[in-house]
Design a protein around this ligand. Structure first.
Ligand code: MG
Length: 348
């Protein structure tokens, strides 16, 4: 599919490492005041003055985290940035810089890497961050992308996973399960394509869920919104592995329990209809699907009035004493222990 889209094929060996990085990043602009020096020296130089700095890193591996038979390289570049920024926002911080390193085999022509970096550049522009460094090297097999993201936050405004208290409310932004169902549709269409390459799938009923899978967005707006509302979460995490495993992280680190209400879990209508079509339980998808990149956080009950009218935020449960455990309270009012079953990259 890469070959189809790129008529021109410039061999990477024609450029060399230095020529390649310069070429791929030549249009990238520096916009953050904390970036003193970006790409072009032995190291970048940053000045965060009195702010605290958060740093997070992620490694994406072809065949484990993405499949290039249906993920366009431009989307992959975009997503590789977004998934890291999501972790910065989960600290209640503002994202400021990233470094991007790739290992790539010679089956990729220069034009394919230009697509990847076009997606990276778009994400940098959308999120207002600077690309301040990176490395490229050759790989004997697939494509690897490593992104490190930095962000800044005022001292004591950062939010950890370990601050939730009993009786705090559990809140999530946006809706859940869409990225997982988008992946199910893409996997199905890939199988259909193998059998009949001339088949043109009608993906119209799935536009939202496919977009959530291929081009997710991180919730840059939520730390800003919470500051405007005068709410500092007691604990926060982003939903990358699935709601249940993120709840377990907050509960374990905060030493609390939780009741999660099934009827409160926010689902897009396209998720509900696609779950019906695939005969999958939508609650299971929200709990275990992952890759939603929404923010899950806890707030004091005193802050409920500040968030209750906001359409971006849904209260889905409340925290309890650790001894009371972690439960899903179903629509039928039965209590089921919450277990982590998210993406298991290691159990192939
Ligand atoms: Mg995270």
């Amino acid at each position: 599919m890469i070959e189809d889209k790129n008529q021109q094929r410039t061999q990477l060996s024609d450029l060399g490492e230095f020529g390649l990085i310069d070429h791929l990043t030549q249009n990238f602009k520096i916009t953050q005041s904390s970036t003193v020096k970006g790409i072009g020296d032995d190291a970048a130089v940053l000045n965060f003055e009195n702010k605290r700095v958060v740093v997070t890193t992620d490694l994406l591996v072809e065949g484990v985290h993405f499949d290039l038979s249906y993920v366009p390289l431009k989307h992959l570049g975009y997503k590789s940035i977004v998934v890291n920024l999501s972790d910065v926002f989960a600290m209640n911080a503002k994202a400021t810089q990233v470094t991007v390193s790739i290992a790539v085999s010679n089956r990729f022509p220069l034009e394919a890497l230009e697509e990847l970096y076009a997606g990276i550049e778009t994400a940098a522009n959308v999120y207002g961050i600077d690309v301040i460094g990176g490395d490229t090297t050759s790989s004997t097999t697939g494509l690897l992308i490593s992104v490190t993201a930095l962000g800044e936050v005022e001292a004591n405004e950062e939010v950890y996973r370990n601050g939730a208290k009993s009786n705090d409310l559990l809140v999530v932004s946006g809706d859940l399960g869409a990225a997982y169902m988008g992946l199910q549709v893409l996997e199905r269409e890939k199988e259909v394509y193998k059998v009949n390459p001339n088949n043109q799938p009608d993906l119209e009923p799935y536009t939202y869920i496919i977009e959530r899978q291929l081009k997710p967005e991180a919730r840059k707006d939520i730390p800003v919104l919470l500051a405007e509302l005068g709410v500092k979460p007691t604990a926060m995490i982003d939903v990358s592995d699935g709601l249940s495993s993120e709840i377990i992280h907050i509960c374990k680190q905060s030493e609390v329990g939780c009741d999660l209400y099934e009827e409160k879990i926010p689902l897009d209508p396209q998720v509900i209809s696609t779950c019906e079509e695939f005969d999958i339980d939508s609650t299971t998808v929200a709990l275990n699907g992952g890759e939603d990149y929404e923010l899950l956080f806890t707030i004091s009950q005193d802050d409920y009035v500040k968030i209750k009218a906001n359409p971006n935020l849904t209260v889905i449960g409340h925290m309890k004493q650790a001894s009371e455990g972690m439960h899903l309270v179903t629509r039928a009012d039965t209590r089921i222990p919450i277990k982590a079953q998210g993406w298991k990259n290691f159990n192939a």
